[in-house]
Design a protein around this ligand. Structure first.
Ligand code: SF4
Length: 246
């Protein structure tokens, strides 16, 4: 296998021998050699692989107005990149030649995570500076979360926040938000009947009698971007004070 084909983890075997991809709600059922609707995930032997890793259909610096955001930093620029393949099938797609491409030539550009990060850094510096905000979790601060790997990866992200802040200054500030328990659809579905009792326990620990919400996390990110330009290398808990609670 070359570097653009990587084995994935989120699938499981069905009773009839096919593999079900669990990455998106399409839940494609694949026999050996078959690709999912997105075309970039394929069953190869007894696993489902991503066959477009590190490849892009192109890079471009676009006006932010081209993005589906409502009055977000008008007049600024955004680094666009994408890969071929899509798990939707909209008849009005304006990128159909990429989203439904069956030609791997469409993915000619190299786009490893490292290359994308370097391109973003260079563009931010050329633009006079900017801000990076990581999405971490209180799990990376206190070691309590859905799993040990999750806690450890968020702790690494917190450390990366500090080291990148040193490396990318003075032009670029780097901070992170660390939400606590989030009252949102994802956790409600994931915890099922356990959601309300756990939320009640978290509220008891919060001096503000609040838990984080998706909007609260977004507001914290925006505050770090638009706030004083003196803050860098910090991980900001967004948890209603749960960490200092009893
Ligand atoms: S469309 Fe792609 S990502 Fe979605 S379930 Fe099918 S193979 Fe997986």
């Amino acid at each position: 296998m070359d570097g653009t084909v990587v084995t994935t983890k989120y699938w499981h075997k069905l009773d009839d021998g096919r593999l079900q991809c669990d990455v998106c709600p399409r839940h494609c059922h694949l026999k050996d050699g078959q690709r999912g609707l997105c075309y970039v995930r394929q069953r190869i032997g007894d696993a489902i692989s991503l066959v477009s890793y590190g490849r892009s259909s192109g890079f471009c610096v676009d006006p932010i107005e081209k993005k589906p955001l409502n009055h977000f930093f008008p007049g600024s620029a955004v680094l666009s990149f994408g890969t071929a393949g899509c798990n939707l099938a909209c008849k009005f797609c304006q990128n159909w030649d990429m989203s439904k491409s069956r030609e791997m030539d469409t993915l000619a550009d190299q786009a490893s995570p490292e290359q994308l990060a370097r391109a973003a850094r260079d563009l931010l510096r050329a633009d006079g500076g900017g801000e990076v905000v990581m999405t971490s979790s209180v799990a990376g601060l206190v070691g309590i979360g859905s799993s040990i790997p999750y806690c450890a990866s968020k702790a690494a992200l917190n450390n990366l926040t500090v080291t990148l802040a040193r490396a990318l200054g003075p032009e670029i500030r780097v901070n992170a938000v660390a939400p606590g328990f989030i009252d949102g659809e994802w956790l409600r579905e994931g915890l099922g009947d356990a959601f309300e009792p756990i939320k009640a326990a978290m509220l008891q620990k919060s001096p503000l009698d609040k838990v984080c919400t998706p909007d609260g996390a977004a507001q914290a990110i925006l505050a770090l971007i638009t706030g004083p330009d003196l803050i860098t290398g910090h991980v900001l808990p967004v948890d209603g004070g749960m960490l200092i609670g009893g």
